[in-house]
Design a protein around this ligand. Structure first.
Ligand code: FES
Length: 105
């Protein structure tokens, strides 16, 4: 499945990820900037914060309680905020578009 990351300056990068891989890893493996992922995907740092395009938000499912509480530490959290390490790339999410916050650049 493919995923598109748009950085804070509006530059867009579309990369191919492995099915079942989380979105944070997909970004890191493809050298996409804007995802720090300090905790390595443990849902414990909130530096893989992304804004999910509204068209895709529902398809990502509900965040867990832990993710929601971690997101409250993200300075610029919005209703469409998610942690990229908690989004699993599946064929249902092929083409997903997320924006990376300026704080992670
Ligand atoms: Fe730390 Fe996602 S990588 S919360």
């Amino acid at each position: 499945p493919r995923a598109t990351f748009i950085d804070h300056a509006g530059e867009s990068r579309t990369v191919e990820g492995a099915e079942g891989e989380n979105l944070m890893r997909v970004a890191v493996l493809n050298d996409v900037p804007g995802i720090d992922a300090d905790c390595g995907g443990e849902c414990a740092c909130a530096t893989c914060h992304v804004f999910v395009d509204d068209a895709w938000l529902d398809k990502c499912g509900e965040p867990t309680e832990l993710e929601t509480s971690m997101l409250s530490f993200a300075a610029t959290a919005q209703p469409n905020s998610r942690l990229a390490c908690q989004i699993i790339l599946t064929s249902a999410l092929d083409g997903i578009v997320v924006e990376t916050p300026v704080a992670q650049h």
